[in-house]
Design a protein around this ligand. Structure first.
Ligand code: HEM
Length: 548
């Protein structure tokens, strides 16, 4: 009896179990769907916007050229409107007036960063760039600003160090002997070395494979951070457990970058003398030790790694892309390049190296660099912000903690402030006498509390790298080729890889102030890059006195 009945009993309970699991799944899915739909409802007084698709919201609309899509939407819904990123209601600010009202007049209200799952996973909302607005951010921003001043632009020597890097850069380009090459690699190395000088007190050679690999995968993450997978991860963090997808690559890259940075930080902090900092890492370790007894201090080894990583990538990706765009547009518009050459030649007599003092005498170069920043929109959507308290803008109510996108592209293409914004024209930054004029609606570095911390440094770098490059070379595309100007999308807009020929246009003058000259003009003395660097990198005076 028992042996006959038990199989049927078992089969009934298995069916029942399956049914119960099925019912539970349906109830759970229905609950999640309702919860998602509730999250997608705009609260009263919230800015209007395009209708979202249930569950995924407007994510799909951001797949191609999100900055352009958002500007177009502002023409329908107004300068301030909202979109739904899979349940994350987000306010978008468009046009100069609206961006200024929020980021400048309500600076503190719009100073936070959103607590997105991706940021939480990457830097636990610590470090500097992604840090929540509060004590942690203040402490890290202050330390970084002081370090940039103390080890960077505030030092007279620093300009000379950038000029040295410029010479390494143009010499490396010269090795291509006017043949086509992709400048990305060299520009990235040269530019990152300026930040490296402040952070580690030293540069990395252009053949340092480990450093290059780190920069490559870090910059890949800048692209991946706004990929569809990253947006989906922010909306549905459980996809962390889906073993494929670009978000997994992002996590793997980040882990590798942090391991590398930890090693480098340990290396450069060797021989440190407390309270006598040689660079940012030393200064940070001093703060860490001084605040060791304060449990609410934000200085930690983990935050040191995050902030070092953020400073390196924020400084490298942006300035590199600006210079790569500038090179591309010079080759694309030979008449503009010719005018740049004429100005450089007239100011830098006898081929002497440019200095920052020359900047005022070169309004056209300034105009070109400004137009590149405006037209190319290096960081088109800024870095995502959030409201630190309830806000009121143009009659709309935005609750505390709402994610905010600042469409800087829409500022630079704002028809109220720019004539023919879609035309590349350096002339718009010049008055009728050819003097450089500042333009109000020019915000490549954003505005307000979280405004770019490296603006001064970036301006120094761009001017010195660009003038040194154009002083020595004529830039042209390989015969029969014209690269696309359609950008590669990511957090930053960069040109798609292109080849260019840098054709030498003047001999190095014996009177020019180059690293070689400090070696008495005898290139052989400096021909071994590494040994020259070893001797001269930190102090050119030492190099020349040794050689004398
Ligand atoms: C052409 C070059 C550059 C451009 C166009 C640029 C642009 C920007 C933009 C748009 C932001 C977002 C600000 C916001 O939240 O509204 C930003 C933030 C930031 N930038 Fe830059 N940047 C450049 C160079 C640099 C350099 C050279 C460094 C440092 C080495 C740097 C470090 C930072 C940091 C740390 C932040 C975050 C500031 C904070 O959250 O308090 N940037 N930058």
């Amino acid at each position: 009896m028992v042996s006959i009945k038990s199989p049927s009993l078992v089969s009934v309970s298995r069916e029942q179990a399956l049914l119960s699991v099925g019912c539970l799944t349906v109830v759970l899915l229905a609950f999640l769907l309702v919860r998602q739909l509730v999250k997608q409802r705009r609260p009263p007084g919230f800015p209007p916007g395009p209708s979202p698709i249930p569950v995924i919201g407007n994510i799909l609309s951001l797949a191609t050229e999100p900055h352009v899509f958002l500007k177009t939407q502002s023409e329908v819904h107004g300068q301030i409107f909202s979109i739904d990123l899979g349940g994350i209601l987000t306010v978008v600010l468009n046009g100069y007036d609206c961006v200024r009202e929020c980021l400048y007049h309500q600076s503190e209200v719009f100073a936070d960063r959103p607590s997105l799952p991706l940021f939480k996973k990457m830097t636990k909302m610590g470090g500097l760039l992604n840090c929540k607005y509060g004590r942690g951010w203040i402490e890290h921003r202050k330390l970084a600003c002081n370090s940039f001043r103390y080890f960077g632009s505030g030092q007279r020597q620093f300009e000379r160090k950038i000029s040295e890097e410029c010479m390494f850069f143009v010499d490396a380009i010269d090795e291509h002997k006017g043949k086509p090459f992709n400048p990305k690699h060299l520009v990235t190395n040269a530019v990152s070395n300026i930040t490296n000088l402040i952070i580690f007190g030293q540069r990395f050679t252009y053949d340092d494979r480990n450093f290059q690999h780190m920069i490559e995968i870090f910059s890949e993450n800048v692209e991946l951070a706004v990929s569809g997978w990253a947006l989906l991860y922010n909306a549905f963090p459980w996809i962390e457990y889906v073993p494929f997808g670009k978000h997994q690559k992002l996590f793997r890259n980040a882990a590798e970058v942090y391991d590398f940075l930890l090693e480098v930080i340990n290396g450069f902090s060797q021989g440190r003398v407390p309270h006598v900092p040689r660079h940012y890492v030393d200064a940070y370790l001093d703060e860490l030790e001084q605040n060791a007894g304060d449990p609410s201090s934000s200085f930690s080894y983990e935050n040191l790694i995050y902030s070092v990583g953020e400073l390196i990538i924020a400084g490298t990706e942006t300035t590199t892309n600006t210079l790569r765009w500038a090179m591309l547009y010079m080759a694309l518009y030979p008449n503009i390049q010719e005018r740049v050459h004429r100005e450089i030649d007239s100011v830098l007599a006898n081929g002497r190296a440019p200095t920052l003092e020359d900047k005022q005498k070169m309004p056209y170069v300034e105009a070109v660099l400004h137009e590149v920043l405006r037209f190319c929109n290096i960081v088109p959507l800024g870095i995502f912000r959030a409201t630190s308290q309830d806000a009121n803008v143009n009659g709309y109510t935005i609750p505390k903690g709402t994610m905010v996108i600042t469409n800087l592209y829409s500022v630079h293409f704002d028809e109220k402030y720019w004539n023919d914004p879609g035309v590349f024209s350096p002339q718009r930054f010049l008055d009728s006498n050819g003097n450089f004029v500042r333009r109000e609606a020019f915000l490549p570095f954003s505005l307000g509390r979280r405004q770019c911390l490296g603006e001064q440094l970036a301006k120094m770098e761009m001017f010195l790298f660009f003038t040194t490059l154009l002083q020595r070379f004529h830039l042209q595309f390989p015969p029969g080729t014209v690269p696309t100007v359609t950008p590669k999308l990511g957090m930053t807009l960069q040109p798609k890889p292109y080849s260019i020929c840098a054709v030498r246009r003047q001999q190095k003058s014996p009177s020019s102030n180059t690293p070689y000259d400090n070696c008495k003009g005898d290139k052989r003395l400096c021909s071994e890059r590494t040994s020259w660097e070893h001797k001269c990198a930190n102090d050119l005076a030492l190099c020349s006195s040794e050689l004398l």
